[in-house]
Design a protein around this ligand. Structure first.
Ligand code: SF4
Length: 356
């Protein structure tokens, strides 16, 4: 936090005097980490509370997804291509890293297109890409499916696990389990879906919101603006990341996404099935849907005993309130996904929180 602007913002944040507790939820894994990493969270007054929400895609993916991927791996022996943050995530009874040690062919890729190119170069093998993410990654996955069709690559498929974030925020608001005064909204997701997709929060639920970027000044300005809106009872949505986010979002990316996917009901860890919160592959691209190409019945999903990721993702607890945090559950030996992903709240607390 070197420059003059940051010093001034830090002084304003530290000097905030609130006449009551204010609780702000962020719904972005990168925000979760950056509030800690930049030291901005340490500047909050005691009664300004940051609540972590369902903003980490790996964390909100339920065990049944990974259980299915592993069952497909066992029965059909495809090469499983995945982003690195899925590899250590525990499934109900195993994990990809454990299955790899037992001989399952699992490759880490940096984009879905890497996986497609690998499939094209290895026509004798089936390649299944684990498609887990929010609105930010889904357009690239859609583009890869379109490219697979265009190049007539038949040994490539994706296991769809993508999710849409606004329905999850609405589900939390409807449930009303946790008191939230306002939201810091995700910059990357908003760059795709636009500020317009979030206006229901202030419109229907009377909660102010700020779309924020990711560096220290973005985070501090976002918090200061949101606290000001809350204190003045101004229930509006402010876009403070306008250098990247537009009101209508990125229409090209959204159109691309819906060319291949269609909104579907989807299960979220800790929340349950949320209508219209997932992305299923459209019928015309069913050949690239690994769930249809490789039918399996995975064993009934089981949650790790004592893991409180579900409550965490609903904003009900903080990681240190889980009895396993830092003891039975560490980044080296994770019990739940929130300790694995770079964007997981338990991993962020473990790495950056001085109270550990
Ligand atoms: S500390 Fe580990 S066991 Fe506890 S909620 Fe987080 S990931 Fe789950």
């Amino acid at each position: 936090m070197g420059n003059d602007l940051n010093k001034k913002l830090a002084e304003r944040l530290k000097g905030l005097r609130l006449n009551r507790e204010i609780r702000i939820m962020e719904v972005c894994g990168t925000h979760t980490t950056e509030f800690f990493r930049t030291g901005v969270k340490d500047l909050f007054p005691r009664n300004l509370i940051l609540v972590d929400g369902p903003g980490c895609p790996v964390c909100v993916t339920p065990n049944e997804y990974l259980d299915r991927a592993i069952e497909i791996g066992k029965q059909y022996r495809p090469i499983i291509a995945t982003f690195g943050d899925m590899i250590k995530v525990p499934s109900s009874t195993s994990s990809l890293v454990k299955e790899k040690a037992k001989g399952m062919d699992i490759r880490i890729v940096y984009s879905p297109m890497n996986a497609l190119e690998f499939a094209e170069a290895n026509p004798g093998a089936e390649v299944m890409f684990l498609s887990v993410g929010f609105e930010t990654t889904a357009p690239a996955e859609a583009a890869t499916v379109l490219e697979a069709k265009r190049r007539n690559i038949k040994n490539f498929s994706i296991l769809p696990g993508n999710k849409l974030t606004p329905p999850a925020v609405e589900a939390l608001l409807v449930a009303g389990e946790v008191k939230i005064d306002g939201f810091i909204l995700p910059g990357h997701v908003s760059a795709v879906i636009g500020t317009v997709a979030w206006r229901f929060i202030s419109g229907r639920y009377g909660k102010p919101c700020v779309v924020a970027g990711f560096d220290a000044s973005d985070l501090m300005m976002g918090m200061l603006t949101l606290v000001d809106l809350i204190q003045k009872n101004k229930n509006i949505t402010v876009n403070q990341y306008s250098r990247v986010v537009r009101e209508e979002g990125n229409r090209t990316a959204v159109e691309l996404l819906y060319q291949v996917f269609t909104a579907s009901d989807s299960r979220w860890r800790g929340i349950g099935v949320i209508p219209g919160s997932g992305l299923a592959i459209r019928n015309e691209y069913a050949d690239f849907d690994a769930a249809q190409k490789f039918p399996v019945t995975p064993p009934a999903p089981e949650e790790a005993k004592g893991c409180r990721c579900g409550e965490l993702l609903r904003g009900l607890i903080t990681p240190p309130q889980c009895g396993l945090y830092g003891k039975a559950c560490t980044p080296e030996e994770p019990v739940g996904p929130c300790m694995v992903s770079m964007e997981g709240p338990c991993a962020a607390y473990y790495k950056y929180w001085s109270g550990r």
